[in-house]
Design a protein around this ligand. Structure first.
Ligand code: ADP
Ligand code: MG
Length: 317
């Protein structure tokens, strides 16, 4: 099998779903319609074997995670994810591996109604680069730079679960149900596309939590020229974290990456309406603190004492 039959047999066989795709795989570039009144958003994420996943993982999981973390970037911008390209580097042609990998890509694209429109296939150490393209109504995408003093800081879900999964990878002293729940957190992060329209309507800034809450909130603060004070007792720590990481559950929730929940800000005058709409849509979001004018991150502890918070999280270099 050569590169071309590989592309045909695996990637070109995934059916297209969106009428916006004029043509996808097969030409030197793909062509898509961008509706009038929409803006195009583009983002790329690479997953490297041994860094973002282990080579022995089920290829379906690797594929699913690669697509999901890219979708999360669109969710963070309040853009609807529409199309991806896939640049795949593999050490060899391993048909069962490729079948399973392609199935993972296909299933995930079906779940989120996204089309694979192109890519590149090369030989080398296993790595997966996905470029995702999405749409937002003119001027309604949400950036990191819009937070203002007084804005309420929220997160979209419980934190620390995926980081705990990494810590417990080789731990045997953990119940089978808990292990499954935690591994699912790590393997199948749930990009928060369900919050898209609410973010477009209400959010002044947003980011997805890939490296850890404190590191990612710090990106919002830096980009917006503001600071933040969090309430320790308001941080939604995943319930399994205190069970298995007694030494500092809050710390894991603040600095653990890979959860792919969203952290975003809402202007104070819009906060109550936002919370009502969240309730009406049966979603949950957790207010965790306030943006303030003083740069840096702080944490109000349970005894009301305020301590500075060092923005920590995963960094490649
Ligand atoms: P080129 O020589 O112009 O780079 P390629 O031979 O790499 O073209 O690719 C042929 C077609 O297959 C292109 O349309 C490209 O987008 C698509 N393609 C290549 N690899 C992949 C892949 N891993 N997933 C999806 N499409 C791919
Ligand atoms: Mg190519």
């Amino acid at each position: 099998m050569n590169e071309f039959s590989l592309i045909n047999d695996f990637f070109k066989s995934i059916p297209l779903k969106r009428s916006s795709v004029v043509y996808g795989i097969g030409d030197d570039a793909a062509c898509m319609e961008v509706p009038e009144g929409s803006q195009l958003l583009v983002s790329t994420d690479t997953l490297v074997s041994g860094v973002h996943f282990l080579p022995e993982w089920d290829p379906q999981v690797i594929a699913s995670k690669a697509v999901r973390v890219n979708i999360s970037d669109m969710a963070a911008m309040a853009a609807e994810p529409c199309w991806i390209t896939l640049a795949l580097t593999i050490p060899e042609i391993n048909i069962p591996w490729l079948q399973s990998f392609t199935q993972g890509i296909k299933n995930t694209l079906n779940t989120f109604n996204i089309d694979l429109v192109g890519g590149d296939t090369t030989r080398g150490p296993l790595s997966i680069t996905i470029t995702i393209m999405g749409l937002a109504p003119q001027g309604q995408s949400v950036r990191r730079c819009g937070a203002k003093p007084g804005d309420v800081i929220l997160v979209s879900g419980e934190l620390g679960g995926a980081a705990l999964a990494v810590k417990l990878l080789h731990e045997s002293n953990i119940s089978a149900d808990d292990k499954t729940e935690l591994m699912n957190k790590l393997h199948y992060p749930n990009p928060r596309v369900d919050l898209l329209t609410l973010l477009q309507k209400f959010a002044s800034s947003a980011i997805d939590i890939s490296d850890g809450l404190s590191a990612d909130l710090n990106h919002i603060c830096k980009a917006s020229g503001v600071g933040a004070t969090l309430n320790a007792d308001a941080i939604p720590v995943h319930p399994l974290v205190p069970k298995y990481w007694q030494k500092n559950p809050l710390d894991l929730a603040l600095t653990g990456g890979d959860d792919y929940e969203l952290c975003f800000t809402i202007p104070p005058e819009r906060f109550n309406v936002f919370m009502q709409e969240i309730k009406n849509t049966n979603l949950t979001c957790f207010p965790i603190g306030l943006i303030d004018a003083t740069c840096g991150l702080r944490m109000r502890m349970n005894d009301d004492q305020i301590v500075s918070l060092f923005p920590q999280g995963y960094s490649h270099f």
